[in-house]
Design a protein around this ligand. Sequence first.
Ligand code: GLU
Length: 485
Amino acid sequence: MKIRTRFAPSPTGFMHVGNLRTALYEYLTAKHENGTFVLRIEDTDQERYVEGATQVIYDTMKLAGLDHDEGPDVGGEYGPYVQSERLGLYKPYAEQLVNEGKAYRCFCTKERLDELRANAPEGEVVGYDRHCRDLSQEEIDAKLAAGTPYVIRQKMPLTGVTTYTDLVYGEISFPNEDLDDQILLKTDGYPTYNFANVIDDHTMGITHVVRGSEYLSSTPKYNLLYEAFGWEVPTYIHLPLIMGKTVDENGKEVVSKLSKRHGSTGFMDLVNEGYLPEAIINYIALLGWAPEGTQEIFTLDELKAQFDINRISKSPAVFDYDKLAWVNAEHIKNMSSEEFLKHALPFYEQAGIRPDCYELCEEILKPRITKFNELTDKLAFIGTFADFDISLFEHKKSKSTLETSKEYLTKAVPVLENTEWEREALTEAIKKIAEDNEVKNSVVMWPVRIAAAGVAVTPGGCAEVLILLGREESLKRIKASLARL
Ligand code: GLU
């Protein structure tokens, strides 16, 4: 059997990381077995139209690298793949069930249904009382002849239990008496969300359904539809919630469903904050799935190879922003030089880095950043040099004071002026000053670096800072700083 999975988002204009994880697991479930991954847009039940919302889905899938084999934008044999373009398709299926006695037309007015609800005992949710389930044929014919609007409801079994096995949660049972005679087709002839979902999954040949655990309890209703049609039920893989952690006023850790208060929850928001799509995907893959070994950093291809639906956990995962940052840093470290440059270039250009320094920059920055946007701050000293606080020259660990700084900058200037502006040569020249004066290297390096950079923290050490600034700028700054001592 060839696996066919689908991601069936409703266009809300926002891709929560939980939805993205669903998409990823659908993708991996299919791709691990060389199966087909379908994108279907579920836009029937939309309360209001959100401009550009479908585009957000396409953009996310593309950026995340989750290429679908079939979908509205790429086509396929089972289209259309947008529910609102399939509206005519559902009615015959509902009629079929009516003809087979498995569904019925319900002519109850909104007023009657409202009254039912209003008369329900306090705090109880009562379903439909099945008033039209056993109308006589004459009654039905008369209503139809009078043009009475109706919905089509499914006849749910009144006794027994519906049981199914979820691949993650195991056996799930629901007493049938708790199931409402659900509406399949509304008065306007359009399907309800649940009905369209089942018809679509079946007609699109979907074999595995991956979705959030909030659907666990409605799945028996889906299954009874499959049963009514005599269709094979897909394999279900329900995923636990993604949680977030906060600390309450007493310093106690509180875990709750991941939301804005924990941080960004949208894929695009995380991307805009500087997380790499491939790192987000890597991290999200681990929210509920554990590989066999200890490997934590994966490319999408590695995930495809290693993903195993039997290793999905039902315990809710906690979204950890620090861990995401770590994963991001690891992806940066694994980048080729070309890739690194592609991401770093806008920051280099903004900071005014000379192209001959790109390689040096990569060497000193690659191991030290968790996100590329940190480059703005890290390289800011290159473009700006202001009167910094001269107490920066004082540094215990380097055995540097204002006096030693003045002394060694005075010694360093003529030496630097006569040194080739090359990393090794500059390092040696500075070390030699320290050696000749029998002091630690840092006694010379600290003030030179501070005098040139004007900030305490720089990527790379003294020689690297001098190279990045260039000879002329370095000497100019060092002399200006010395003059302030
Ligand atoms: N359209 C549903 C959602 O966005 C998908 C439900 C399903 O996968 O069956 O939650």
